[in-house]
Design a protein around this ligand. Structure first.
Ligand code: ADP
Ligand code: NA
Length: 301
């Protein structure tokens, strides 16, 4: 019997945005409750997409750690660690790692812990297929060894850019006011929702294909309150879209104010953040070492 093991990674890009929270982090918080063996890796070896300056990277790692802890990731329920602290694993830390691409590194990480499930957004299913292919190839050649990791697809609708609902909300969107960061102040959140693109109909309805802007607001409102689309539409009866934007902004402020305060508190305690990551790495290493030794034995080096 193979024990279920969840693996997922996050890139240390600092504090997450609303899409990251609703599409990924919230799901991670639920998974750590449901499964006994859960690993979350801060993927700081994907050097091609990482800042070149080590001081910036270090700060981003700590900010990312503070943010996901504040969102409810609990180091007693999962192993939270920095990928680059896993030195035993044979992954090269001396700079050659840049030769490997993101999906290859991700596949190696997934397999190193014999992960059985990987939470992913739709946009990452292809990445996971590489890990599945490698597992199957390995098993064919050396005998059943790796579980073929299954995707756990996020059920959250993609959150769209507030300035252009044709594209997803993203940290790399250059448009001002398009992306809501979970540490934005209430004033910034209000401004971004006030400027959100809607259309010329004032009523609030949900129809993503013909009314993508207002439908995105409805999706966000439902996701942050935990209500259904029908329930939030019911609450919006009688409101025009301008008023409704402020209702959604308020729900986002309500949701993220405690998280934002917690992030600030955690950011002041670097020693604690480092301790969490080191303890997580220690435990992840304990899991990986025998697996890695067995891989070496099987392939004969
Ligand atoms: P970004 O697009 O901002 O660079 P990433 O690609 O680093 O975000 O994604 C990190 C995680 O957040 C992934 O699991 C991804 O599916 C999820 N995610 C990113 N943007 C969104 C969004 N707009 N809506 C829902 N989930 C998202
Ligand atoms: Na758990």
């Amino acid at each position: 019997m193979v024990m279920d093991r969840i693996f997922s990674g996050i890139q240390p890009t600092g504090t997450p945005h609303l899409g990251n929270y609703l599409g990924a982090i919230q799901n991670w918080v639920n998974l750590q409750e449901k499964y006994n063996s859960v690993l979350y890796s801060i993927m700081d070896l994907h050097s091609l997409t990482m800042p070149k300056e080590s001081a910036v990277l270090r700060q981003n790692i700590l900010d990312t750690t503070a943010a996901i802890l504040a969102c409810g990731i609990d180091p007693r329920k999962c192993f939270l660690f920095r990928q680059s602290l896993m030195k035993c694993t044979g992954q090269n830390n001396d700079g050659n790692v840049g030769l490997l691409t993101y999906p290859v590194l991700q596949a190696a990480d997934i397999l190193l812990y014999k992960s059985t499930h990987v939470p992913v957004g739709e946009d990452q299913v292809l990445h996971l297929e590489l890990a599945q292919d490698i597992a199957q190839h390995f098993n064919k050649k050396y005998g059943e060894f790796f579980p073929v990791p299954k995707a756990i697809l996020s059920t959250t609708k993609k959150i769209k850019s507030l300035r252009d609902p044709a594209v997803k909300m993203s940290k790399s969107d250059p448009q001002k006011l398009a992306t809501v960061n979970i540490v934005d102040s209430p004033e910034e959140i209000v401004l971004k929702f006030r400027k959100a693109v809607t259309d010329f109909t004032s009523e609030v309805t949900y129809d993503p294909s013909s009314r993508p802007g207002v439908s995105n607001l409805v999706s966000i409102h439902a996701a942050v309150t935990g209500l259904s689309i029908e329930e939030v539409l019911h609450q919006a009866i009688g409101l025009d879209t301008a008023r409704y934007k402020m209702v959604v902004a308020e729900s986002v402020i309500q949701k993220f104010t405690p998280i934002r305060n917690e992030i600030k508190k955690l950011q002041e305690d670097k020693t604690y953040l480092i301790k969490v990551l080191e303890a997580g790495a220690e435990k992840a290493k304990e899991l990986a070492t025998p697996i890695y030794q067995e891989i070496r034995r099987l392939v004969g080096f």
